[in-house]
Design a protein around this ligand. Structure first.
Ligand code: GDP
Ligand code: MG
Length: 182
């Protein structure tokens, strides 16, 4: 009886009280990280995005979930600081330009390099194959293979194909992010 009562209270508090998810977004430059944050924040796509310098912090509320989002710069000189912004977060999102296959090898290297850092121990990872509106983009299976995501066994990993331009799969991405809140 007590168990049922506690469950009902928890369910109700989930409906009425705000939950939070702290999320860090990484990925090579021009993969669409800032576009993702903009689309989540405003629901609108804009072609012109100013390249991010170092990092940008944004708080977005979706329903009863507040997302605290760190949008990091992807140029090589900034990649060594990614790890610091991943400390204690609820999830890391790695955005990939799925139409830019020439950079997959660099992406693979950076993903595994980042996950090897102690700060990221056990943190769930979402890999987004962005720009799937562009012809010739890699599928989810191709991304999993090219980035060797099947070798990651020490944390939950998800991989979706999406487009910030057409907002394809944005609902699934938001659901996944909301699922990391507490
Ligand atoms: N075709 C297409 N272009 C995109 C998409 N997402 C972002 N872009 C473009 O890619 C470029 C880099 O985007 P930006 O968000 O600044 O990438 P960031 O450097 O990872 O933050 C910009 O010109 C965007 O308009 C997408 O889903 N499809
Ligand atoms: Mg950016």
């Amino acid at each position: 009886m007590a168990y049922i009562f506690t469950s009902i209270i928890q369910w109700l508090s989930g409906l009425f009280f705000s939950k939070t998810a702290e999320i860090t977004i990484v990925g090579l430059q021009a993969s669409g990280k800032t576009s993702l944050v903009n689309v989540i924040g405003t629901g609108q796509w804009s072609e012109d995005v100013v390249p991010t310098v170092a990092f940008h912090f944004r708080k977005v509320r979706k329903g009863n979930v507040t997302m605290k989002i760190w949008d990091l710069a992807g140029q090589p000189r900034y990649r060594s600081i990614w790890e610091r912004y991943c400390n204690g977060v609820d999830a890391v999102v790695f955005v990939v330009d799925s139409a830019d296959k020439e950079r997959f090898e660099t992406v693979r290297f950076e993903v595994h390099q980042l996950l090897a850092q102690p700060n990221l121990k056990g943190v769930p990872l979402l890999v987004l194959g962005n720009k799937n509106d562009i012809e010739g983009h890699a599928t989810v299976n191709e991304l999993i293979k090219a980035l060797q995501l099947d070798k990651i066994t020490n944390r939950p990993v998800s991989c979706y194909s999406c487009s910030m331009k057409s907002q394809h799969n944005l609902d699934i991405v938001l659901q996944w992010l909301a699922g990391r809140s507490h």
